[in-house]
Ligand binder design. Structure first.
Ligand SMILES: [Zn+2]
Length: 550
């Protein structure tokens, strides 16, 4: 009898982002990816990480972390994990190069072990689990999928992938290896669901090159191109188009600057020596000789592009005749912020080009036809869709059914799949999962806390009202107040007397015993004011009563 294997999703199943999965066998654990996600509510939260307490509580059993690629939603929470669970991290060169500075910044020492596709690595000493890396195509160099060897057979984890037949650089997707794994028998396929709702196939990354050249061809002034700083193949194509038209390249944004330097030094990006232009030199170049590469594709207010749009960038300003190309997709939830940036750019006289007829951007994730092709090659006995909201997972499972996969399970974070001899079962409710809200600078320290976030949301919706009153200690009689102070409360102005009256009546109605208790008086004031607002304004501001005993 072979030992059962447990698949424990801790993040990324039921949401886009914070991907993290534990694979467990015989008391040993391997972790695949450990990412973060970004909130789309402006509530002072920089980063959302998965709840990793399941791994912390079993730290001596965790043998290794295997990373599929260098995106934040796959490695951003690692400092968080490695601080408490210091295990070796296996990843390809570019992935480690992106990870290293984050760990340094967080002051976390780590045992980083570089792999190349084809390598097989055990998940710790004497672990029954090991991982083989195979190359996939995605919107970042060096992306991999994993073939996990377990006593219950081979588990293929796709990582994030698309099937790009004409990649800009790199080894391409190793379809032959996946097919060979399929011939050998794949017990379970875990596959990227992000684009399960899109029919057909994604366009090749190399299709963007031609579209960019057309844009550069007609540009008469400066060209600004915004893209993800980790999309090195995109940056290479932008640089190629700029070079073809004699433009030099200036970089805006911290991550753009550091990623371009990193990719250049590691040989992932090829720029001629004359090409990079620093500041202030770039500012003085003739408009037709400059291409500016910038961050800020998602409308992030502190990004270089947003600051350019607002006219607040110290190095450059947008002027009529400039062309701004958004070489990216608007991530759902960010449309309003991006729209604001586009409006501001247009107001300054720039022409703004984004995803339209020409492919100025292509997705890094497989669409339906590619997802089905992977399933057909791997021929798994069992399929679990990963990386997506529930609708993406459900759709992807339907694709697997259409490909004739005998068993499919749609799991969300916290639902455990147990692979057993001759079967499998889903176990619910054993694993704590959730979201940890944090400040980027505090990734190692402070969890802002779900309650704090809930309070912020309530304050944003209806504001805060503070009621201060003084009572006589012996009798409980109100001797002063309540004084009312409101922040962001609709219906407050002009209603102070009425609110005060409502609060005083509520105190009057208390029994003598209740009136002697500060807590009871506070609660009565709170309830009365809330009731008044609900009745008169139809709103429920947060009410904070302060009772002082004299
Ligand atoms: Zn990715």
């Amino acid at each position: 009898m072979a030992a059962p294997v447990r698949i424990v999703p801790l993040g990324g199943l039921g949401e886009i982002g914070m991907n993290c999965m534990a694979v467990e066998c015989d008391g040993r654990i391997a972790v695949v990816d450990c990412g973060i996600m970004f909130p789309n509510e402006p509530l002072g939260i920089d980063v959302i990480a998965p709840d990793l307490s399941y791994l912390r509580e079993r730290r001596e059993r965790v043998g290794a972390v295997f990373l599929t690629h260098g995106h934040e939603d796959h490695l951003g929470a690692l400092p968080f994990l490695l601080r408490d669970v210091p295990v070796p991290v296996y990843a390809t060169r570019f992935t480690l190069a992106l990870l290293k500075p984050r760990l340094d910044e967080a002051g976390v020492a780590a045992d980083l072990r570089e792999v190349v596709p084809g390598d097989v690595r055990p998940a710790g000493d004497a672990s029954p689990l090991s991982a083989e890396f195979f190359s996939v195509t995605h919107s970042i160099p060096d992306a991999c999928g994993l073939a996990l060897r377990t006593p219950q057979g081979t588990i293929v984890h796709s990582g994030d992938f698309k099937i790009d037949e004409h990649p800009v650089a790199g080894p391409g997707m190793d379809l032959a290896r996946i097919e060979a794994l399929g011939r050998g028998g794949v017990r379970l396929l875990l596959s990227d669901s992000t684009n399960a709702e899109r029919d057909g196939s994604s366009l090749s990354e190399s299709a963007v090159g031609g579209a960019l050249e057309e844009v550069f061809e007609r540009a008469r002034g400066r060209v600004f191109v915004a893209c993800f700083a980790s999309n090195i193949h995109r940056i290479q194509q932008i640089a190629n188009a700029a070079r073809a038209f004699g433009r030099r390249l200036a970089l805006l944004g911290r991550s753009m600057d550091s990623n371009v330097r990193l990719a250049q030094s590691l040989g992932y990006l090829d720029l001629p020596a004359w090409m990079p232009a620093g500041f202030p030199e770039a500012r003085d170049l003739p408009p037709r000789e400059l291409c500016v590469l910038t961050t800020g594709t998602q409308g992030e207010p502190r990004s270089a592009l947003a600051r350019l749009a607002r006219g607040e960038h110290p190095d450059l300003s947008i002027a009529p005749g400039d062309l701004v190309v958004l070489s990216s997709r608007f991530i759902p939830g960010n449309e309003v912020a991006v729209g604001q940036v586009v409006n501001d750019l247009c107001r300054r006289g720039a022409e703004v080009a984004y995803e339209g007829v020409r492919p100025l951007h292509v997705s890094g994730h497989a669409q339906q036809a590619e997802q089905r092709r992977l399933i057909a090659l791997a021929r798994p006995a069992h399929f679990v869709p990963i990386h997506g909201e529930f609708r993406h997972l459900a759709r992807h499972a339907a694709h697997a059914a259409a490909e004739g996969v005998p068993r499919r399970d749609v799991l969300v974070d916290g639902q455990v799949l147990e692979l057993l001899d001759g079967g499998a079962r889903v176990v619910d409710g054993e694993v704590p999962v959730g979201r940890v809200y944090t400040d980027r600078d505090e990734l190692l320290g402070a969890d802002i806390g779900a309650l704090v976030v809930k309070d912020r949301r309530l304050l944003a919706e209806a504001g805060l009202l503070i009621a201060v009153l003084a009572v006589e200690r012996s009798s409980g009689a109100v001797v002063r107040g309540p004084e009312l102070f409101a922040k962001g409360v609709a219906g407050f102005d002009g209603a102070e007397e009425a609110i005060r009256g409502e609060a005083l009546r509520a105190i009057d109605e208390l029994s003598p015993t209740a009136r002697a208790s500060v807590a009871e008086v506070q609660e009565a004031v709170r309830v009365a004011i809330r009731r008044w607002f609900r009745r008169e304004v139809g709103r429920r501001p947060s009410v904070l009563p302060v009772v002082l005993e004299l």
